[in-house]
Design a protein around this ligand. Sequence first.
Ligand code: PRT
Ligand code: ZN
Length: 209
Amino acid sequence: MHIIYEPERQRIAIQKSGRLHKASMDFLTSRGLKFPPNERSLILPCENYDIDLLYLRDDDIPEYVRSGVADFGIVGENVIAEKGVELPVIEKLDFGRCRLVIAAPSDSRIKAPKDLEGKRIATSYPKLLSKFLSANGIEASIVQISGSTEITPELDLADAICDIVQTGSTLKAHDLVQICDIMESQAVLVESPQKKITKDRFLSLVNLR
Ligand code: PRT
Ligand code: ZN
């Protein structure tokens, strides 16, 4: 598909599918934006404003917004922090709330952060984990995997995990106990540092400026 670049249109990057998709759509429609039903398209034009939605993997949203390809994005603070991208936050959106924690099997000797010394920790958040470990003077090896970290201790790929927790039921199902918190997170509306004059139109439209 050939996408024509129309600089006067605003682009808002949101998660294509997953935990933040519906709440992101609901936020935009609650501010008056109307969208047609979408089956497969990765770019969805707004029906009543010069705005296009970009449907992306959440991990890609910070880079799209940083580079200015998207003017705005809705993404979890955890993802922005892991990518190490500085983006101005316009509004905290009060959904997608979760925590990044370290957890270990309940029968393990790992009960506190210092017990992680020399251990293997599986995570999809290697940068945030690495920062936490160095800030606490702990040397441990990071096992980087892309998801389902909770299974790694029982398969002996790791001694502990560093992952997102919301209700705690996944930890419980794998007999894992939280050792410490690394960060709290929620979805945020971020704007690109690349200025566009028309950006203010969107912000006043959604009553944010
Ligand atoms: O496909 P794409 O890359 O876009 O999506 P994804 O699979 O990477 O992310 P997705 O849809 O799972 O989550 C998107 C964002 O939602 C995350 O980056 C967080 O900001 C936020 N969020 C809120 C969560 C959770 N709650 C959550 N519970 N992200 C993940 N989880 C997972 C967690 O990884 C663990 O496996 O849910 C499990 C734990 O949940 P509880 O309720 O059992 O504790
Ligand atoms: Zn992702």
